[in-house]
Write a protein that binds this ligand. Structure first.
Ligand SMILES: Nc1nc2c(ncn2[C@@H]2O[C@H](COP(=O)(O)OP(=O)(O)OP(=O)(O)O)[C@@H](O)[C@H]2O)c(=O)[nH]1
Ligand SMILES: [Mg+2]
Length: 202
């Protein structure tokens, strides 16, 4: 996928401050520090569009980024990428943790343009109870989940395939192996996103 342009739209910390939906949306969810923001940066080919950090809980609130894509010979399209706040981060304040649920659940169930949620796990850890709860929630509400196992580069090459294979049963679907460091999985993930968001030449 050719990304022509990418820009920050807005950050929301509660339901009321969510910007009105504008284009098709794809959201990115996963535990704190799993690599959501790094994955978005790699996907759009921009090193610092989304802030990343080695401190868990770096992404506060929900942030929307707009990408302009080349979808055909002479056609362009827009897609909004939504970086959801990471869950499972115990050190957040109580008030912040209380706000997470309603805002994210409201977003996941109330956006007419939401086409899919990329659910991200660490390839070495696999899904934890929070991740499985999210997958169940998405299934229940009929939202397509695209499973990604990231930080693939942290495993030696001969262990990557078996590790991905081991995640099929617990996730209930085949994850796309990804690495924000090497760029592995970028094309495969774009193909899935483009299909889910119906981007492409008409
Ligand atoms: N080796 C390696 N490190 C990664 C990869 N993706 C992310 N990281 C590192 O993991 C840490 C967390 O990455 P972020 O992208 O900030 O994670 P996040 O899920 O957005 O975290 P929160 O915003 O806190 O929820 C950073 O130190 C990244 O450099 C990857 O594919 N490979
Ligand atoms: Mg982040």
């Amino acid at each position: 996928m050719q990304v022509l342009d990418a820009s920050f739209v807005a950050t929301a910390t509660n339901h009321a401050s969510l910007p009105a939906p504008a284009f098709a949306e794809v959201a990115f969810a996963g535990r704190s520090n799993v690599g959501k923001s790094s994955l978005i940066n790699r996907l759009v080919g921009r090193k610092r569009l989304v802030r990343t950090s080695s401190t868990p809980g770096c992404t506060r609130g929900l942030s929307i980024f707009r990408v302009r894509l080349r979808v055909g010979e002479e056609q362009e399209g827009f897609l909004d990428l939504v970086d959801l706040p990471g869950f499972g981060y115990a050190k957040r304040s109580k008030a912040e943790r209380r706000a997470w649920g309603p805002m994210v659940e409201g977003f996941l169930t109330g956006r007419p343009g939401l086409r899919a949620v990329v659910t991200i796990v660490d390839v070495r850890r696999g899904p934890e109870p929070d991740d499985l709860e999210l997958l169940e929630f998405l299934d229940l509400h009929g939202v397509e989940a695209i499973a990604v196992a990231t930080k693939l580069d942290k495993l030696p090459p001969n262990q990557q395939k078996p590790a991905l294979e081991r995640l099929v049963a617990p996730l209930g679907r085949r994850p796309i192996g990804f690495s924000a460091t090497t760029g592995a999985g970028v094309d495969a993930l774009w193909r899935r996103i483009a299909r889910a968001a119906a981007i492409g030449p008409a």
